[in-house]
Design a protein around this ligand. Structure first.
Ligand code: GLA
Length: 367
C-alpha cells in the first residue's frame, strides 16, 4: 500500500513526573486529541512535509537529513525519518500532510504525537515491521539527537502504547507495561484539565539542568540511576538532595497510585496527586505561579487532588474531581486567574483514550 492516514494522541501524565530519565515508573493516559498524518510514498528521495496548522512546505532530500539542518516543527517529522534510516530501515521518499487538534505548547506532547504518527505511517507504508516499543525509542531518538531535546521515553510510549479507558503503567527501565483500568465516569468522577496558558520559559535549558542534577546525584551515590535508591533522604548538597527526594518519593507515589487504581480505590489517589505537586514545586522547582495558583484553587474548591502534568514551567494542571464539582472547580480557577492578572485558562475534562492507530482502514474483524 502506498498511502494511508495515521493518528497518534497527546498525553496527560497522571503521576510520575521527571522519573522517566531516572529509569523510574510513569503512569500516563492518552488524550482524545490527536495529530493526524496523511502519508504517501514517493518514487524519489524527497521528504515533503506540510501542515494544515502552519504556512509553507518543506522539501528535504533524504541524504541531506542530519541533526541541525532542520528546525521548527518539521524537525520532529524529519528526525523520525532520519532515526529510522540511521538504524538501517529502508525508508524512501514520502509526502506527509500533518493535521490535528492537540493544543500546541500546552505540555500535552503534541510533538511526541507528531513523532509517533510519523513513525507509524512511514514504517507501515514501507513494510518495515517494528513493534510499538521500538517505534517509541526511534521517536525519542529523533527528539534527543535530531531536535536536540533530551526528553525521556514517557510521551512517545504513551502515544504509541496507551489504551482506551486505561492508564499505562510503564517501567521505563525495562519497558514493561501494565494497562490499569482508569474509567472515571462510572464512579461519578472526572479529570479536570486546566491549560494555564502560561508561556513556557527556559523549558529546554531547565529540563536539561534537572537531568544533569539527577545524573550527578546518582554518580555521587554510586547507583546506576536514582530509581535504584530505597530512601528519599540522602546525604548530598541541598539542591541535589531535594532533586533526589522528589524522584525517589515520586516513584513510590506512582506505585501507590497504581495499586489504588488496581483495587478500584480511585478517590484515594487524590492526596498523592497533590503531594506530587508540592514536591515538584518545592523540591524539583519546575512549577510557575500559574500552576501553583491553579492547584490551590481547585483543591480549595473541593477537588480530591491536583497537580501539574508534564515537564513543568507552564502547561497544564490535572485534578480529580467529583463530576458534580467540575463547574465549581472551573469557576474557582477562572476567578483565581483573573484575581492574579493571569491570562484566562482553558478548562476541559479528559478521558483515557487509545494509542496511535491507522485511521483509514475499516476493520474487517471485531474483537
Ligand atoms: C517531558 C519529557 C518526558 C518527561 C516529562 C517529565 O514531557 O518529554 O520525557 O521527562 O517531561 O515527567
Amino acid at each position: 500500500m502506498r498511502d494511508g492516514v495515521f493518528e497518534a494522541p497527546g498525553r496527560i501524565n497522571l503521576i510520575g513526573e521527571h522519573t522517566d530519565y531516572n529509569d523510574g515508573f510513569v503512569l500516563p493516559i492518552a488524550l482524545p486529541h490527536v495529530v493526524r498524518v496523511t502519508a504517501a510514498r514517493r518514487d524519489d528521495d524527497v521528504l515533503r512535509v506540510e501542515s494544515r496548522q502552519a504556512d509553507g512546505v518543506a522539501e528535504l532530500r533524504l541524504a541531506h537529513l542530519a541533526p541541525g539542518v532542520v528546525t521548527g516543527w518539521v524537525a520532529y517529522v524529519a528526525g523520525v525519518v532520519w532515526a529510522l534510516r540511521e538504524e538501517g530501515h529502508p525508508i524512501g521518499g514520502f509526502g506527509l500532510v500533518v493535521d490535528g487538534n492537540v493544543p500546541l505548547g500546552a505540555g500535552l506532547s503534541s510533538s511526541a504525537a507528531l513523532e509517533s504518527a510519523t513513525a507509524l505511517a512511514v514504517t507501515e507504508l514501507s513494510g518495515v515491521s517494528l513493534d510499538r516499543r521500538s517505534l517509541a525509542r526511534i521517536a525519542q531518538r529523533a527528539e534527543n539527537d535530531f531536535v536536540g531535546m533530551p526528553c525521556g521515553i514517557m510521551d512517545q510510549s504513551a502515544s504509541l502504547l496507551a489504551r482506551e479507558r486505561h492508564a499505562l503503567l510503564l517501567d521505563t527501565r525495562t519497558m514493561a507495561t501494565e494497562h490499569i483500568p482508569f474509567d472515571l465516569a462510572p464512579d461519578g468522577l472526572a479529570l479536570l484539565v486546566v491549560d494555564t496558558k502560561a508561556p513556557h520559559r527556559l523549558v529546554d535549558g531547565e529540563y536539561a539542568a534537572r537531568r544533569r542534577d539527577c545524573h550527578r546525584a546518582a554518580e555521587l551515590l554510586s547507583v546506576p540511576a536514582l530509581r535504584d535508591l530505597d530512601s528519599p533522604d540522602q546525604d548530598l548538597p541541598d539542591r541535589l538532595a531535594r532533586r533526589v527526594r522528589h524522584v525517589v518519593a515520586e516513584n513510590a507515589r506512582v506505585l501507590a497510585v497504581a495499586e489504588l487504581l488496581r483495587g478500584g480505590r480511585i478517590r484515594e489517589i487524590g492526596p498523592l496527586l497533590t503531594a506530587s505537586h508540592t514536591s515538584l514545586r518545592d523540591d524539583y522547582e519546575v512549577t510557575v505561579p500559574e500552576l501553583d495558583v491553579a492547584v490551590d484553587a481547585v483543591v480549595a474548591a473541593g477537588a480530591l487532588g491536583a497537580r501539574m502534568t508534564g515537564g513543568g514551567f507552564g502547561g497544564c494542571v490535572i485534578s480529580l474531581v467529583e463530576d458534580t464539582a467540575v463547574e465549581a472547580c472551573t469557576a474557582a480557577v477562572k476567578a483565581a486567574f483573573a484575581e492574579n492578572g493571569f491570562a484566562a485558562p482553558d478548562c476541559w475534562t479528559a478521558t483515557a483514550s487509545s494509542g496511535a492507530r491507522r485511521a483509514d482502514l475499516v476493520p474487517t474483524t471485531t474483537v
